[in-house]
Every structure is written in C-alpha cells, then in structure tokens.
Ligand binder design. Sequence first.
Ligand code: AKG
Length: 258
Amino acid sequence: MYPDADADQIAFFRTHGYLVVRQAIPQPDLDELEKHCDVLIAQKHELANDWAWREGESRENRTFRIVQSSPSKVWAEIAVQPYRQWLERFASQLMALDMAFWYDQFLGKPPGHGAVTEWHQDEGYWGRNLADRGITGWIPLQDVDVINGCMHFIDEGHRLGILPHHLVEGVQSDLLTCEVDESRTVVCPMRRGDVAFHHSKTPHMSTANQSPAWRKAVTNHLQQRGAGGEGDHYPWRVKVNQRTGERKAVGAMGAGNS
Ligand SMILES: O=C(O)CCC(=O)C(=O)O
C-alpha cells in the first residue's frame, strides 16, 4: 500500500496523460475519509454547492445532482493523513516536478439522478498560470463503472493544448465543457482502493449515477510547489457564489487563445 510509482507507471502517465493505480489506499483509510464525506452529504444545504445547479431552480430548491464540497471543511486532521502525503509523493514522481497538495473536492452523485460531469480539462478552470503544472488524484469511495459514474479520459489528451470551453447549457453553476474526439475515450472502471491520476490538460468526464447508491469520490488537485495557484483565466471562466447567486466573469483573452 502507498506505493512509489514504478518506471512503467511513469512512462504510461507521460504517454497517455492519465494512470490508474490499483489498490493504493488501504480500506480503513478510505472508511475514515468516507465518514467525513457523509457529513457533507447530510449537511449539503449548508456545506456544499450543487455543481450541476439547474437553471430555473432557486437556491433553496437545488436538487444537488452533484454535491460539491470538501472533506477539509469537516476534518481538521486531514492534511496529515497518510493518503495526503502519498498523493504528493506519487504525483511528484509522475510529473517529475515537486507537486504540492492544493485543494480537494468531494463530488457526490445521488442515487438515480446524479448528473454527468461533462468533458473538461482542469486547466480550463484554473487558467494559464498552471499550464502543465497541475495534476489530479481522483479517489472513488466505492467501486465505480459506467453505471454509477466512473472516470473517462481522452487518451494522450494532455498533448492537445487547451481546448475551447463553454458553460454547460441548462446549468447555472460554473460547470464547463469542451468538445473532444470521443473515439479516443478510455473508460476507467475502478475498485475502491484504486486512485486515478490525470494531467491538468487531460480531457475527462464522468457518467451520471444510475445506480441505487450514492457515487462518492474525493478529487485532489495538486500544483507545482510555489506555482501560485489559479490565475490568468481563459475567457470562458465564470465564478458563481451559490450563497448569494452572484456570477462573475473572471476570464480574459490572452496571447494565443480565443
Ligand atoms: O468526480 C467527477 O465526477 C469528476 C471529477 C473531475 O472532474 C476531476 O477530478 O477533475
């Protein structure tokens, strides 16, 4: 458990832009993480955004088709957990950069009506400041497949540059999407204990949850240490405050981007 990246894994990640690490996290560590995520579900109206907040729904009546929050909000000792230390070590080995934990998100899709997480590149949200300096480690808290919302990646998609993104129709959150060549899709069913890493330019999506149980995942975003976080945003980027409903465009045209 908590392995180092071997040469084959590093080569695979650098070629394909993603990697699934099998049985990296011990089950008791996931049990502890899941316990805190369950608090986020129970208190979603106070602690979470609805990442797929439907147009026309009032804040009070959000259906929470994707509960978006952070276990860091309810677990004071999260930063010293072994899985968190491991993410930095393993991510640094994959990227050949000194990678530092940046932020995490709990993404919970309710039984039967969890929404699709549309195709996107993380850099589409983060901006030019983190170009090729970000990586994500995605931790499912149950087995996942296409029925309950597993990850899909575009093979070698980290070499495509940044794709034009736009807001998702019918949604009033900040959810973005981009067009991809779906013939290059790799579907990644995973067992609880596996972790999927993807480069910040790799297009990815996850399917809706059609199963009778919650699809729970904790996604961990890392940036090169000292990189300074998100910034120099693309023109499509908006930020939505789900407490006040305020929408703010933060993107700007930049050299070489339209
Ligand atoms: O869990 C999901 O549905 C999507 C996760 C994602 O987009 C990410 O980890 O970057």
